[in-house]
Design a protein around this ligand. Structure first.
Ligand code: PGA
Length: 259
Protein backbone atom coordinates (compact mmCIF):
# COMPACT_ATOMS: atom_id res chain seq x y z
CA UNK A 1 0.00 0.00 0.00
CA UNK A 2 1.30 3.44 -0.88
CA UNK A 3 0.69 6.36 1.44
CA UNK A 4 0.65 9.83 0.03
CA UNK A 5 -0.40 13.21 1.34
CA UNK A 6 -4.02 14.37 1.10
CA UNK A 7 -5.08 10.88 0.20
CA UNK A 8 -7.85 8.70 1.44
CA UNK A 9 -6.97 5.07 1.76
CA UNK A 10 -9.36 2.19 2.34
CA UNK A 11 -7.32 -0.33 4.26
CA UNK A 12 -7.57 -3.81 2.85
CA UNK A 13 -9.39 -6.30 5.04
CA UNK A 14 -10.55 -3.54 7.35
CA UNK A 15 -13.37 -1.05 7.28
CA UNK A 16 -10.98 1.67 8.43
CA UNK A 17 -10.68 4.78 6.25
CA UNK A 18 -7.35 6.55 6.62
CA UNK A 19 -7.04 10.17 5.55
CA UNK A 20 -3.54 11.64 5.51
CA UNK A 21 -3.27 15.42 5.32
CA UNK A 22 -0.50 17.94 5.66
CA UNK A 23 -1.13 19.49 9.06
CA UNK A 24 -3.42 20.11 12.02
CA UNK A 25 -5.54 22.70 10.21
CA UNK A 26 -6.25 20.34 7.31
CA UNK A 27 -6.99 17.49 9.72
CA UNK A 28 -9.49 19.70 11.55
CA UNK A 29 -11.16 20.71 8.27
CA UNK A 30 -11.50 17.04 7.21
CA UNK A 31 -12.87 16.11 10.62
CA UNK A 32 -15.38 18.98 10.46
CA UNK A 33 -16.70 17.56 7.17
CA UNK A 34 -17.42 14.22 8.85
CA UNK A 35 -18.94 15.85 11.92
CA UNK A 36 -21.13 18.28 9.99
CA UNK A 37 -22.34 15.56 7.63
CA UNK A 38 -23.50 13.65 10.71
CA UNK A 39 -25.24 16.63 12.31
CA UNK A 40 -26.92 17.76 9.09
CA UNK A 41 -28.07 14.33 8.02
CA UNK A 42 -29.52 13.64 11.46
CA UNK A 43 -30.24 16.78 13.51
CA UNK A 44 -31.11 14.48 16.44
CA UNK A 45 -27.72 12.78 16.42
CA UNK A 46 -26.09 11.46 19.56
CA UNK A 47 -22.47 12.60 19.47
CA UNK A 48 -19.69 11.17 21.60
CA UNK A 49 -17.24 14.03 22.18
CA UNK A 50 -13.63 14.33 23.26
CA UNK A 51 -11.42 16.85 25.01
CA UNK A 52 -7.68 17.56 24.84
CA UNK A 53 -5.76 19.78 22.43
CA UNK A 54 -6.70 17.83 19.29
CA UNK A 55 -10.41 18.71 18.86
CA UNK A 56 -10.07 22.42 19.70
CA UNK A 57 -9.81 23.58 16.07
CA UNK A 58 -12.58 21.20 14.98
CA UNK A 59 -14.82 22.75 17.63
CA UNK A 60 -13.94 26.24 16.38
CA UNK A 61 -14.93 25.17 12.87
CA UNK A 62 -18.22 23.75 14.14
CA UNK A 63 -19.00 27.06 15.87
CA UNK A 64 -18.04 29.04 12.76
CA UNK A 65 -20.30 26.83 10.64
CA UNK A 66 -23.15 27.22 13.13
CA UNK A 67 -22.86 31.02 12.92
CA UNK A 68 -22.50 31.10 9.14
CA UNK A 69 -24.88 28.36 8.07
CA UNK A 70 -27.22 28.08 11.06
CA UNK A 71 -26.50 24.38 11.47
CA UNK A 72 -28.53 23.69 14.58
CA UNK A 73 -27.63 21.60 17.63
CA UNK A 74 -30.96 22.19 19.40
CA UNK A 75 -31.92 18.53 19.19
CA UNK A 76 -28.42 17.06 19.37
CA UNK A 77 -27.36 15.09 22.43
CA UNK A 78 -23.69 14.86 23.42
CA UNK A 79 -21.87 12.38 25.62
CA UNK A 80 -18.26 13.03 26.59
CA UNK A 81 -15.66 10.35 26.88
CA UNK A 82 -14.17 11.11 30.25
CA UNK A 83 -13.63 13.42 33.18
CA UNK A 84 -10.98 13.88 35.84
CA UNK A 85 -11.85 12.65 39.30
CA UNK A 86 -12.06 15.26 42.01
CA UNK A 87 -12.71 18.28 39.78
CA UNK A 88 -16.13 19.95 39.93
CA UNK A 89 -17.63 21.05 36.61
CA UNK A 90 -16.75 24.66 37.46
CA UNK A 91 -13.01 23.88 37.80
CA UNK A 92 -11.17 25.48 34.82
CA UNK A 93 -9.29 22.23 34.12
CA UNK A 94 -12.36 20.01 34.29
CA UNK A 95 -13.50 18.60 31.00
CA UNK A 96 -16.97 19.96 31.66
CA UNK A 97 -15.52 23.46 31.78
CA UNK A 98 -13.44 22.73 28.65
CA UNK A 99 -16.52 21.66 26.69
CA UNK A 100 -18.51 24.75 27.68
CA UNK A 101 -15.62 27.02 26.76
CA UNK A 102 -14.54 25.39 23.51
CA UNK A 103 -17.86 24.19 22.10
CA UNK A 104 -21.16 24.45 23.91
CA UNK A 105 -21.03 28.22 24.58
CA UNK A 106 -20.75 28.81 20.84
CA UNK A 107 -23.67 26.60 19.75
CA UNK A 108 -27.44 26.61 20.23
CA UNK A 109 -27.21 23.30 22.10
CA UNK A 110 -29.64 22.68 24.97
CA UNK A 111 -27.42 22.10 28.00
CA UNK A 112 -29.96 19.56 29.27
CA UNK A 113 -28.84 17.39 26.34
CA UNK A 114 -25.17 17.53 27.32
CA UNK A 115 -23.73 14.65 29.34
CA UNK A 116 -20.31 14.01 30.85
CA UNK A 117 -19.32 11.35 33.33
CA UNK A 118 -19.25 12.80 36.86
CA UNK A 119 -15.82 12.69 38.51
CA UNK A 120 -16.86 13.34 42.08
CA UNK A 121 -19.19 11.75 44.63
CA UNK A 122 -19.78 7.99 44.42
CA UNK A 123 -17.70 7.09 41.33
CA UNK A 124 -19.07 3.54 40.98
CA UNK A 125 -22.59 4.89 41.06
CA UNK A 126 -21.58 7.46 38.43
CA UNK A 127 -20.09 4.72 36.23
CA UNK A 128 -23.27 2.65 36.45
CA UNK A 129 -25.42 5.69 35.67
CA UNK A 130 -23.28 6.61 32.65
CA UNK A 131 -23.39 3.07 31.29
CA UNK A 132 -27.18 3.04 31.64
CA UNK A 133 -27.35 6.39 29.86
CA UNK A 134 -25.16 5.16 27.00
CA UNK A 135 -27.15 1.93 26.70
CA UNK A 136 -30.35 3.95 26.42
CA UNK A 137 -28.90 6.49 23.95
CA UNK A 138 -26.81 4.75 21.31
CA UNK A 139 -24.02 6.90 19.92
CA UNK A 140 -24.18 7.78 16.22
CA UNK A 141 -20.64 9.18 16.05
CA UNK A 142 -17.80 8.98 18.55
CA UNK A 143 -14.99 11.51 18.21
CA UNK A 144 -11.58 10.41 19.52
CA UNK A 145 -8.07 11.72 19.98
CA UNK A 146 -5.32 9.28 20.81
CA UNK A 147 -2.78 9.36 23.62
CA UNK A 148 0.94 9.08 22.95
CA UNK A 149 0.61 5.74 24.79
CA UNK A 150 -2.26 4.63 22.53
CA UNK A 151 -5.09 5.38 24.94
CA UNK A 152 -8.57 6.32 23.72
CA UNK A 153 -10.68 8.22 26.20
CA UNK A 154 -8.73 7.53 29.37
CA UNK A 155 -8.51 3.82 28.63
CA UNK A 156 -4.86 3.32 29.42
CA UNK A 157 -2.78 0.38 28.08
CA UNK A 158 -3.93 -2.88 29.62
CA UNK A 159 -7.62 -1.92 29.70
CA UNK A 160 -9.88 -4.77 28.57
CA UNK A 161 -11.55 -4.25 25.20
CA UNK A 162 -14.84 -5.32 26.86
CA UNK A 163 -14.61 -2.54 29.45
CA UNK A 164 -17.54 -0.22 30.15
CA UNK A 165 -17.41 3.12 31.96
CA UNK A 166 -14.94 2.78 34.81
CA UNK A 167 -12.61 4.44 37.28
CA UNK A 168 -8.98 4.46 36.19
CA UNK A 169 -5.58 5.49 37.48
CA UNK A 170 -3.82 7.65 34.91
CA UNK A 171 -0.37 6.69 33.67
CA UNK A 172 2.49 9.00 34.58
CA UNK A 173 3.04 9.67 30.84
CA UNK A 174 -0.59 10.75 30.41
CA UNK A 175 -0.33 13.12 33.36
CA UNK A 176 2.89 14.51 31.89
CA UNK A 177 1.30 14.97 28.46
CA UNK A 178 -1.66 16.75 29.99
CA UNK A 179 0.53 18.90 32.23
CA UNK A 180 2.49 20.05 29.20
CA UNK A 181 -0.68 21.32 27.53
CA UNK A 182 -2.85 22.24 30.50
CA UNK A 183 -2.51 22.75 34.29
CA UNK A 184 0.18 25.44 33.76
CA UNK A 185 2.74 22.74 33.13
CA UNK A 186 2.48 21.46 36.70
CA UNK A 187 2.07 17.67 36.88
CA UNK A 188 1.24 17.85 40.58
CA UNK A 189 -1.98 19.62 39.66
CA UNK A 190 -3.08 16.87 37.23
CA UNK A 191 -5.49 14.49 38.95
CA UNK A 192 -4.24 10.93 39.40
CA UNK A 193 -7.57 9.30 38.55
CA UNK A 194 -10.36 9.71 36.04
CA UNK A 195 -13.69 8.25 35.02
CA UNK A 196 -13.86 7.12 31.40
CA UNK A 197 -16.18 5.42 28.96
CA UNK A 198 -14.84 1.93 28.41
CA UNK A 199 -13.52 0.60 25.14
CA UNK A 200 -16.73 -1.39 24.61
CA UNK A 201 -18.83 1.78 24.99
CA UNK A 202 -16.66 3.39 22.29
CA UNK A 203 -16.93 0.37 19.98
CA UNK A 204 -20.72 0.47 20.38
CA UNK A 205 -20.84 3.79 18.47
CA UNK A 206 -22.11 3.44 14.89
CA UNK A 207 -19.24 5.50 13.51
CA UNK A 208 -15.87 6.51 14.95
CA UNK A 209 -13.80 9.53 13.97
CA UNK A 210 -10.23 9.63 15.28
CA UNK A 211 -7.88 12.57 14.77
CA UNK A 212 -4.13 12.37 15.44
CA UNK A 213 -1.57 15.08 14.79
CA UNK A 214 2.09 15.40 15.64
CA UNK A 215 5.10 13.17 15.97
CA UNK A 216 4.16 11.95 19.45
CA UNK A 217 1.19 10.14 17.87
CA UNK A 218 3.21 8.34 15.18
CA UNK A 219 3.82 5.17 17.18
CA UNK A 220 0.25 4.54 18.36
CA UNK A 221 -1.00 5.38 14.84
CA UNK A 222 1.38 2.79 13.39
CA UNK A 223 -0.01 0.17 15.79
CA UNK A 224 -3.60 1.19 15.10
CA UNK A 225 -3.20 1.10 11.31
CA UNK A 226 -0.58 -1.58 10.72
CA UNK A 227 -0.04 -3.44 13.98
CA UNK A 228 -1.59 -6.36 15.81
CA UNK A 229 -4.61 -5.79 17.99
CA UNK A 230 -3.31 -5.65 21.54
CA UNK A 231 -4.55 -4.29 24.84
CA UNK A 232 -1.17 -2.59 25.13
CA UNK A 233 -2.46 -0.17 22.48
CA UNK A 234 -6.12 0.45 23.38
CA UNK A 235 -6.75 2.26 20.06
CA UNK A 236 -6.01 -0.99 18.21
CA UNK A 237 -9.43 -2.22 19.38
CA UNK A 238 -10.84 -0.02 16.61
CA UNK A 239 -9.52 -2.49 14.01
CA UNK A 240 -12.63 -4.55 14.75
CA UNK A 241 -15.08 -1.71 14.19
CA UNK A 242 -17.14 -1.52 11.00
CA UNK A 243 -16.95 2.23 10.35
CA UNK A 244 -13.83 4.11 11.45
CA UNK A 245 -12.36 7.25 9.91
CA UNK A 246 -8.80 8.03 10.99
CA UNK A 247 -7.46 11.47 10.07
CA UNK A 248 -3.74 12.03 10.55
CA UNK A 249 -1.21 14.67 9.61
CA UNK A 250 2.09 13.74 7.98
CA UNK A 251 3.92 13.74 11.34
CA UNK A 252 1.49 11.27 12.89
CA UNK A 253 1.66 9.18 9.68
CA UNK A 254 5.46 9.21 9.60
CA UNK A 255 5.94 5.62 10.84
CA UNK A 256 3.45 4.05 8.42
CA UNK A 257 5.35 1.74 6.16
CA UNK A 258 3.02 -0.86 4.73
CA UNK A 259 3.34 -1.55 1.04
P1 PGA B 1 -4.37 15.52 22.98
O1 PGA B 1 -4.82 14.25 23.80
O2 PGA B 1 -5.49 15.81 22.05
O3 PGA B 1 -4.21 16.61 24.00
O4 PGA B 1 -3.11 15.16 22.28
C1 PGA B 1 -5.39 13.19 23.11
C2 PGA B 1 -5.77 12.09 24.07
O5 PGA B 1 -5.13 11.96 25.13
O6 PGA B 1 -6.70 11.33 23.75
Amino acid sequence: MFFKKNSMILLEGQKMKLIIVENYEEASVEAAKVMLEQVRSNPKSHLGLATGSTPIRLYELMIADHKLNNTSYRDIKTFNLDEYCGLQSTHPQSYHYFMNKHLFDGLDIDLHNVYLPKGFGDIQENCDAYNALLDKNGLDLQLLGIGSNGHIGFNEPGTAFESKTHYIELEESTRQDNARLFFNGNIDEVPTHAITMGIQNILDAKKILLIACGESKAKPIQTLVEGQMTIECPASALQNHQDVVVIVDTAAASLLTKK
